[in-house]
Design a protein around this ligand. Structure first.
Ligand code: ZN
Length: 345
């Protein structure tokens, strides 16, 4: 099969389109013909590597996969070849207390397809049966591929961690990112008011189209000053963080007494300053979050099927253009998700 692999960590030039052996299919596995694979910022981190990351090289990136069942293992009896599916990217043991309590993302052996094991920048991928979800019928493969990681991450942050309530105000950073564009929609679904930030007028317009009530161009204006102005100094109940060092201190300053900050990422640096006096005196909650429970994706897909949440597809590129797609992602030249399309048979 054709696949985009990297033999060593590095910049986007490390990505190479090549012939690669088709994956083997275990008794309880499903071989999926990949029709679309969405990019995440995670792909850039994994490609660059970090101390302690041990991968079997060459590695194949790609966590968000939509495709067609090509073949099933001998013990898979409920899924026919030809079925259109979406792949749930979380792998866990399925037997521990966390897994059985619906907290599989807290399983000690939790891994992500495309991060710890080979992913979907390829014509085929083999995944366990329990990672297969039905593709929402109203979506194209490219649209469906935009859903799993971004929506599950944003859903878990807002619904389970920050527990956003109707009438609250949420500041969503970088609404043009995959996770940011999902967050705007989920906040609106929860009945919250959204203040969204982005770097260009065009992106702000798109954020408004997704439901943002107020927008801030952070490349032109100080977002803390703007939050104070928009809220008449009442500040925001929740800050949705995934930027990190360049925004964190001011994000904390956007919170009133009892405010919550929830974060899933640090694309702009992971070391931040925090005044503990502010934390305890203002009774602020700092909430970490990563991925989410496999079960929640069923709920998200139902809301997508009803048209209440929608994937945000920026553009599709051929699989061979993976290096270009990584460059676009790095330069934030997109709104929503970038998607790669493997060659059709
Ligand atoms: Zn487990």
């Amino acid at each position: 099969m054709k696949a985009v692999v990297f033999h060593q960590h590095g910049d986007e030039r490390a990505l190479q389109l090549t012939e690669f052996p088709e994956p083997s299919v275990g008794a309880r596995d499903v071989l999926v013909r990949v029709k679309a694979v969405a990019l995440n910022h995670l792909d850039l981190w994994v490609r660059q590597g970090w101390p302690g990351l041990k991968l079997e090289l060459p590695h194949i990136l790609g966590s968000d996969i939509a495709g067609i069942v090509a073949r099933v293992g001998t013990e898979v009896t409920d899924l026919a070849p030809g079925t259109e599916v979406l792949v749930n990217p979380g792998l866990s043991c399925g037997a521990c207390a966390r897994c059985l309590s619906g907290e599989d993302n807290l399983c000690r052996s939790y891994r992500l397809i495309g991060e710890h094991v080979r992913g979907g920048y390829a014509e085929f991928i083999s995944v366990p049966r329990q990672n297969i979800l039905p593709k929402p019928s109203r979506l194209t493969f490219a649209e469906a591929a935009c859903l799993p990681l971004t929506f599950l991450t944003a859903w878990t942050m807002l619904v389970h961690r920050a527990e956003v309530k109707p009438g609250e105000t949420v500041l969503v950073h970088a609404a043009g990112s995959g996770v940011g564009s999902a967050a705007v929609q989920i906040c609106k679904l929860l009945g919250a008011k959204v203040i969204a930030t982005a770097s260009t007028q065009e992106k702000l317009k798109q954020a408004q189209a997704l439901g943002a009530d107020h927008v801030i161009n952070y490349s032109e204006k100080d977002f803390l000053d703007e939050v104070k102005r928009i809220t008449e100094r009442r500040l925001v109940d929740v800050v949705f963080e995934h930027v990190g060092a360049s925004t964190f201190e001011k994000s904390v300053a956007c919170l009133p007494y009892g405010g919550r900050l929830v974060t899933c990422g640090a694309t702009a640096g992971h070391e931040v300053k925090l005044d503990l006096r502010v934390l305890f005196y203002k009774r602020i909650s700092l909430l970490g979050s990563t991925m989410g429970s496999k079960g929640d994706l069923f709920r998200i897909l139902q809301l997508v099927e009803e048209g209440r949440l929608k994937p945000v597809l920026d553009r599709t590129l051929p699989l061979a253009d993976a290096p270009l797609a990584h460059e676009l992602l790095k330069n934030r030249a997109h709104f929503g998700n970038l998607v790669l399309l493997p060659p059709s048979p």
